[in-house]
Design a protein around this ligand. Structure first.
Ligand code: GLU
Length: 318
């Protein structure tokens, strides 16, 4: 059993990230598996080394150890995406040889206008205009192209560990999707699939906001010849107004909580209780959380965090 926690270092670790990290850790420890820490820093503009350093420090403070990762080392490294570009390029070469990718010259404005403006969180559906271009037409383009993967006309289904049977028909969900942007940045879908595959990950656990990406990753993984992992998506932490916790919110980063004298054990116990993993509002050692861990106890509804997390966690269990 190989599990992974794969944060993007675009800010200081907050309760939402701790919740996912805790569940990845519990899943691995309960199952006697290996936990991999992978730093997802392909977005070079938004990722910062300082956040990566702080993240590893915060995990250690929380008592969430890992078996492989940038600091722990391991046989499947490197564990930072910025050091894995050669693997993504090799995957693209393989997809090209299979005739599954094509260059796309469409502007963002055109894509938005043909797909209608999607609501927040919705995907725009690409109409495939550049799929049929001839070599001569491609040569006439002045723009640098992005690369798209052509999706098949069949449904992709999988059973999520919490949300159950899922079925996705990619042609109407997103159409042919980008695997490398025109500016050279590798798409999340490609990088994550290559990494999970090449690192031999057997169990993926992450926020339910990524449930809708899984079909594309399963497709890519099968084209690239990887064993598809088992997926479990988990509910998100939300505030009292129903919004996802955001990095801008006050009092939710591990740094802030720690500065208030709050311990890692308090943070993990609070989240375990709020998330339904334990029934008593008291302090638990991480090992006890492992013994009691049953993912089905968390349900599928998002988890509401107290309006003043510092107050709530400081006095939690007293
Ligand atoms: N790096 C992504 C994030 O921090 C998670 C990717 C994944 O778990 O597949 O949101």
């Amino acid at each position: 059993m190989r599990c992974r926690f794969a944060p993007s270092p675009t800010g200081y670790m907050h309760l939402g990230n701790v919740w996912t990290a805790l569940l990845c850790w519990l899943q691995a420890r309960r199952g006697g598996g290996t936990l991999v820490l992978r730093i997802e820093d392909i977005d070079e503009g938004r990722s910062k080394k300082e956040y990566t350093r702080a993240l590893m420090e915060d995990l250690t403070f929380l008592g969430l150890d890992r078996d492989e990762g940038p600091d722990a080392g391991g046989p499947y490294g490197p564990y930072r995406q910025q050091e894995r570009y050669n693997l993504y390029e090799a995957a693209i070469e393989r997809l090209k040889r299979l005739n599954l990718v094509y260059p796309c010259y469409c502007s963002r404005a055109r894509i938005t206008s043909v797909s209608g403006a999607p609501h927040e969180g919705e995907l725009s559906v690409y109409d495939g205009r550049c799929y049929g271009l001839t070599e001569a037409e491609r040569r006439r383009q002045r723009k640098k192209p992005s690369l798209r993967l052509h999706v098949p006309e069949r449904s992709i289904s999988f059973t999520d560990g919490l949300y159950g049977l899922q079925e996705e028909y990619l042609p109407t969900k997103c159409g042919d999707f980008v695997i490398r942007r025109a500016d050279g940045m590798y798409a999340y879908q490609l990088a994550v699939t290559v990494d999970d595959g090449a690192m031999g990950i057997t169990h993926v656990l992450r926020g339910r906001d990524l449930l809708g990406s899984t079909g594309r990753q399963i497709l890519l993984s099968s084209y690239l010849g990887y064993q598809t992992p088992k997926y479990t998506h988990v509910p998100l932490l939300i505030d009292c107004a129903g919004h996802r916790l955001s990095k801008r919110q006050h009092g939710i980063t591990v740094r802030e909580l720690r500065a208030e004298g709050i311990t890692g054990r308090q943070i993990l116990s609070y989240l375990a209780y709020k998330g339904g993993l334990v029934r008593e509002a008291c302090l638990y050692d991480p090992d006890r959380l492992v013994q009691q861990f049953d993912i089905r106890n968390i349900g599928v509804k998002d988890i509401v965090i107290d309006a003043d997390p510092i107050e709530a966690i400081k006095y939690f269990g007293h």
